[in-house]
Design a binder for this molecule. Sequence first.
Ligand SMILES: [Zn+2]
Length: 85
Amino acid sequence: MDIQRAIEWQHAFQSTYKNYPPEATEAVNIAIQALEKQIPKIPVGVRVGVNTIVDSCPSCGNALCVKGDYCPNCGQAILWEDAND
Ligand SMILES: [Zn+2]
């Protein structure tokens, strides 16, 4: 099962079982957020000066000074291949 399918199942559980206690609903929401961060996203360009644009995390906006697989601030998976197209 891929991550997107797992997220769809989490949403399905939420919409099916309406009588979860609030803590269970919060737990599912946290799980969905964690799963969504595993789907790689392309960095966004953020202008930090007149002629300077910095690759930044699309989820939290953290400047990505090193081309790592994940944002060091929030854990978002980063897809670099398409970033310079
Ligand atoms: Zn981030």
